[in-house]
Write a new protein. Sequence first.
Length: 407
Amino acid sequence: MQSTTTSSPFYRLSSFQSKLQFFPSKTQLFPLGIPFYRQRMSSILGHGVRPLKALAGSPSSSSAGDNDDDGFVTLIEYVGKGGINVEDDLVVLLHHIQYACKRIAALVASPFNTSLGKQTGLGAVAGGGSDRDAPKPLDIVSNEIILSSLQKSGKVAVMASEENDAPIWICDDGPYVVVTDPLDGSRNIDASIPTGTIFGIYKRLEELDDLPKEEKAMLNSLQSGSRLVAAGYVLYSSATILCTTFGSGTQAFTLDHSTGDFILTNPSIKIPPRGQIYSVNDARYFDWPEGLRRYIDTIRQGKGRYPKKYSARYICSLVADLHRTLLYGGVAMNPRDHLRLVYEANPLSFIVEQAGGRGSNGKSRILSLQPVKLHQRLPLFLGSLEDMEELESYGDVQQKVNPGYEV
Ligand SMILES: O=P(O)(O)OC[C@H]1O[C@](O)(COP(=O)(O)O)[C@@H](O)[C@@H]1O
């Protein structure tokens, strides 16, 4: 028997009562109209999935089609009035970010990628080469897509991207600052391995408004992760998943490709306190410090605090490795100075902490670090609380040797 509890993959719109009546910019956000939006239902029903409404049997579950309650909650509904109700400006910004990510999702899955230029595609511009007509790598195209969406939102003062040397000042009165890695894992893109977009959102520091643009752009972008108001990643894989936090838990939404909506599929991700998986590039074993080697040797043999042998999983795509870790528990790590504090470590640590886990550089909490350089790199460990405590108890887990690996 199927139940209608919150363990079900879809969440009832009735738990966000009245949203459809009161959400102010619904028409604006669904420019193709509600009938088009509703095609989601028929397309899904056509594939044999029943809406929860039809299953509920509760007083609020009236017969299908008699009101606006179609049994699903979209990302934009969720953050709007009647949902968790974040600031209107942030709803608009999120709308633009999710739109950019849908474009990137389509791009990475497109059969025409090669003509756009994959990472190592023929004619890809290397190091700003001279051929202006050469196709651009997908991470550059993704960066342009995000920048364009942020510009159109009217809500962003500055964007700092892993793909740009310096932050880009967008608009003086934009209330937010966005930091982003537009397409992480893109080195594997030619093999269609999952990739991801990472973003973090801060408030613009109004006290800096009178500084010269370059200076205020930099200082706004170097805010500590503890000041993040929202963060998210989008995983481009067998499903396109948008996982976010606004500082009160971590939620996941899955893209319904038939209608283009991100549908709430997990309103409260809780990372298991202990997993049985470690995720690291262990070809680097001989470059690791003693502490990290001992930790991995110990858990592999089932001789750690948890008396079971751990398994290894490493996709080499940060968003994918983290997403699995959030769901199954364990620890995902890159012990060398490689991942970036501003674009990767901070937003992902915020998400992991809001799911009940920990983000650390092996010694300290990531969100307590003050960035000093925009492209600052550091060791990154993300995962279940108990696994992270055990790992950090080995003390010496940061890889100092970083020879610059070929692949
Ligand atoms: O080579 P390593 O140390 O295994 O690093 C792999 C990591 O680098 C990344 O590819 C990011 O590197 P880039 O920022 O250079 O693309 C992550 O997706 C992945 O987790």
